[in-house]
Design a protein around this ligand. Structure first.
Ligand code: C2E
Ligand code: MG
Ligand code: MG
Ligand code: MG
Length: 287
């Protein structure tokens, strides 16, 4: 039975919730050892230019190869890592791992100039040594700074301790690119956005999802996307659409001037070898 709201909501024992919390506690306890044992893996999802179809970037998405629970998606442990402060080490590892991979791709396929885009939580962005972490990841990997993009959600920006504008400016000064992730799901404070040293807006999945044929609501979704793309371009920002799942969405997004797309239509998050294969096939002469 559901036990939300009203009196006594805390009094009822909810076995599912108890099980969830027990799992959470166990996961948190297991995180540090998992890092040491190398149980985390990073998958890379293509971000494709809607102007010329080239592979402009890949987004780095962490997974936990848990010995008994199997491959865990980030939603199951990133929040916990954030709450317990373990995100610092995990995030640093993802950053370095992703830069090393991207550095290799850049060495082997320099003409592709493919970026790697790494998610940063609020706590990571607020860390006093975040600029040093970024510099170190670039140093060990040899990846040019302009081939690294950092993604923060609007709420992560707002939750950045101290003055978010200054924190982001310090990051931008290292030469990396900054993107606002899941744009449109947060406060979308436009006046504020204008002050931030960002390069890209990533349009949240629900807007793109809403663009379907034979659905009257899709007219509204399309107008919103149209307005957001114009706004972004007026501010000198590029726009990446998330959750692009169909050719029809690609066509509409392209018509609206959206710059790039990411989603199942272009490819799922995949192991590094799959990205290497894409880069290799893009290098081959057509025909
Ligand atoms: P996100 O940054 O918005 O990443 C996009 C999510 O959408 C990914 O989920 C991706 O697998 C999923 N996705 C890709 N294509 C499609 C599609 O066509 N349709 C739909 N509906 N979804 C699609 P994933 O990998 O489960 O990651 C979830 C979230 O976890 C990410 O959302 C990001 O906020 C967070 N995350 C992932 N890796 C990291 C990390 O290394 N550090 C931090 N701080 N957060 C991370
Ligand atoms: Mg992201
Ligand atoms: Mg996103
Ligand atoms: Mg997200």
């Amino acid at each position: 039975a559901k036990a939300e709201g009203g009196r006594g909501r805390w009094a009822r024992y909810d076995p599912e919730r108890a099980a969830r919390e027990a799992t959470s506690t166990a996961l948190v306890a297991a995180l540090p050892a998992a890092l040491r044992r190398g149980e985390f893996v990073v998958e890379y999802q293509p971000i494709v230019s809607l102007h010329d179809g080239t592979l402009g970037a890949v987004e780095a998405l962490v997974r936990w190869q848990h010995p008994t629970l199997g491959l865990l998606p980030p939603d199951q442990f990133i929040g916990l890592a954030e709450e317990t402060g373990l995100i610092g080490r995990l995030g640093q590892w993802v950053l370095e791992r992703s830069c090393i991979e991207a550095g290799r791709w850049h060495t082997e396929f320099p003409r592709a100039r493919m970026m790697v885009s790494v998610n940063l939580s609020a706590r990571q962005a607020s860390a006093p040594d975040i600029v040093d972490q970024v510099a170190e990841a670039l140093r060990v990997s040899g990846l040019p700074a302009d081939l690294l993009q950092l993604e923060l959600t609007e709420s992560a920006v707002m939750a950045t301790s101290g003055e978010p504008v200054r924190a982001l400016r310090r990051l931008a000064n290292t030469g990396v690119r900054l993107a606002i992730d899941d744009f449109g799901t947060g406060y979308s404070n436009l006046a504020y956005l204008r002050q931030l040293p960002i390069h890209t807006l990533k349009l949240a999945g629900p807007f793109v999802d809403g663009m379907r044929a034979h659905d009257p609501a899709s007219v509204v979704a399309e107008r919103i996307v149209d307005a957001l793309v114009r706004l972004a371009h007026a501010l000198g920002l590029s726009v990446t659409a998330e959750s692009v799942e169909s050719l029809e969405q690609v066509e509409r997004l392209t018509a609206l001037g959206c710059d790039s797309g990411q989603g199942l239509h272009f490819g799922t998050p995949a192991a590094p070898a799959a990205i290497t294969a894409l880069l290799r096939s893009a290098e081959m002469p057509a025909g």
